[in-house]
Design a protein around this ligand. Structure first.
Ligand code: ZN
Length: 216
């Protein structure tokens, strides 16, 4: 009986440690590399090995502000997102080859529109009211599509100083949170467009946008 109990405890300890996964060897090697101007190469859906990472669900991990690799990854993610040659409004760790639940989001709902980092993020509630909006993705360059997203969401995440926060977000910022959290669940915005013929090139997008602007 004692032996069974001991085995059960060991198994539960193993499971508990699995829930807060650490960086894999491959992820550690990727993070420790030197990058010019702190810009990491983006995983592209057009590349088979990259797409495997993009379509893999990311895991939670233990946030430790003293973890140098985590600090470096967060810094690299930020600089890759704001890269002036190809800037984004958000980025998720799998886009850089790391399947951990980390995202950066530009907060258009705050004054000065700061970029902020979120760990172990999950969306707890989606509003039933939804709107259609244009989206693009750093991992699918050259294309845009219209995606229907909830107008308001409730998010839960960890901060660098180990606080767990629940927050309600609306508008365009909520769209960015939904796009980036989708990345952590192995979902791309193109998966949410039912009619794949409704994927537009950047040129088509600019033409439609210009025409619309002209008719306003
Ligand atoms: Zn994306």
């Amino acid at each position: 009986m004692k032996r069974i109990l001991y085995t059960a405890i060991v198994i539960s300890v193993i499971f508990a440690s699995c829930n807060t996964a650490k960086f894999s060897l491959k992820e550690r090697q990727l993070i420790l590399k030197k990058y010019s101007e702190k810009i990491m190469p983006l995983m592209l859906v057009s590349n088979k090995p990259d797409s495997v990472i993009l379509y893999t669900e990311s895991t939670d991990f233990e946030v430790n502000s003293k973890d140098k690799k985590l600090k470096k990854l967060v810094d690299l993610m930020y600089h890759t997102c704001i890269d002036s040659t190809n800037p984004g409004v958000g980025i998720a760790a799998p886009q850089l080859g790391v399947n951990k639940r980390i995202i950066w989001v530009q907060r258009f709902d705050k004054t000065q529109k700061p970029f902020e980092v979120y760990f172990n993020i999950k969306i707890k509630k989606y509003s039933s009211s939804k709107s259609d909006g244009w989206e693009g993705c750093l991992s699918i360059p050259g294309y845009r599509g219209i995606v229907r997203r909830s107008d308001t969401i409730v998010i839960n995440y960890d901060t660098f100083n180990k606080k767990n926060i629940t927050e309600t977000v609306s508008g365009f910022t909520a769209v960015i949170f939904q796009h980036e959290t989708d990345h952590l669940n192995g979902i791309l915005y193109t998966d949410r467009i039912f009619d794949k013929s409704k994927l537009y090139t950047d040129e088509e997008y600019h033409r439609i946008f210009k025409t619309k602007k002209g008719s306003d």
